[in-house]
Design a protein around this ligand. Structure first.
Ligand SMILES: [Zn+2]
Length: 306
């Protein structure tokens, strides 16, 4: 049996997000580790290592934020840059069977030479979109003017009148991970006014290796064993794509009847591929009624953009 402090070299750890809080303080946290779901993103594309790492950090961040705001819906982080990398996007969709679904994609030119967020994106902005199943869509924007994604996101929390938040993100070629601490409004139950500073110092001793490869309870114990930590049931995460034949049909339908007929007459079929999961979708002239019908349904019942 492995020693309890051993860092796992095999990736049998679960993909999950773990909520926790500290008794008698106004501090809560979330810890996420992604192994299989992150690999599922990477095997579909041949990204250079620096882009893999950034995409892993973005995936960990999207999972942390979704859990932190307890969103029921879709949370998207979309970084658009002016450098070698033009787009990094990660999305978390809640409510799917067997765990929340994660997916991500990067767009870049040539063989990137940069390593950091600042070098690869060269400015630009990060758009945070919360699209709940019920209620209003929310969008926040933060400039990508820091060296790391962590620093940009902390800047966002600091500048947008959110709760004070500290964030740690890491990724290598196997796993992605993140830790978030958040300071809740003070109330009478908080008898420990130094907790925010103290817990932040403890969390800052975390190494990337621990964040990525240490079993979650062991990790929390290592950091906070002198604190009264309360953990909740972990939440499972998995790779998953929200594309469907209906959604693709709907996108094609927006071309209009004439253009669709013309394209089908020329090529005999319309083939397209989902950029996130590589699923192929093929429509022939027999599918034309389906395509045209999709347009009608969509405009009648769903005014939202996807
Ligand atoms: Zn897809």
């Amino acid at each position: 049996m492995a020693s309890s402090t051993k860092i796992s070299s095999k990736h049998t750890l679960p993909d999950q997000v773990q909520r926790f809080l500290f008794d008698n303080t106004a501090v809560r946290g979330e810890l996420v580790q992604l192994h299989q779901s992150y690999q599922e993103v990477l095997i579909r594309h041949n990204y250079p290592p620096a882009i893999e790492k950034l995409l892993g950090e973005l995936l960990a961040a999207v999972a942390l934020l979704t859990a932190t705001v307890k969103l029921e819906g879709t949370l998207t982080l979309e970084a658009r840059g002016q450098g070698e990398v033009s787009l990094l996007m990660a999305e978390c969709n809640t409510g799917a069977q067997g765990g929340d679904q994660l997916r991500a994609i990067a767009r870049y030119q040539g063989e990137p030479t940069g390593q950091t967020l600042a070098e690869l994106l060269n400015g630009g902005q990060l758009v945070i979109t919360l699209d709940p199943y019920e209620g209003q869509r929310y969008q926040g924007i933060v400039a990508l003017d820091q060296d790391t994604l962590m620093a940009c996101l902390e800047g966002y929390f600091a500048s947008s009148e959110q709760l004070p938040t500290k964030l740690w993100l890491a990724a290598d070629s196997k796993s992605a991970g993140g830790l978030l601490l958040q300071k809740l409004p003070e109330d009478a139950r908080n008898k420990d006014s130094d907790a925010w500073i103290r817990l932040g110092h403890l969390a800052a001793t975390l190494t990337n290796e621990e964040l990525l490869h240490l079993e979650q309870n062991e990790l929390l114990h290592r950091l906070f064993h002198e604190e009264t930590l309360r953990t909740f049931e972990p939440h499972t995460l998995k790779f998953g794509c929200t594309c469907s034949r209906e959604r693709i049909a709907n996108a094609l339908a927006s071309l209009g009847e004439e253009e669709l007929k013309e394209a089908l007459k020329d090529k005999g079929e319309l083939a397209t591929q989902c950029h996130f999961c590589n699923t192929h979708y093929v429509f022939t002239k027999d599918d034309l009624p389906e395509l045209l019908n999709e347009k009608t349904i969509e405009t009648q019942t769903s005014p939202r953009l996807h």
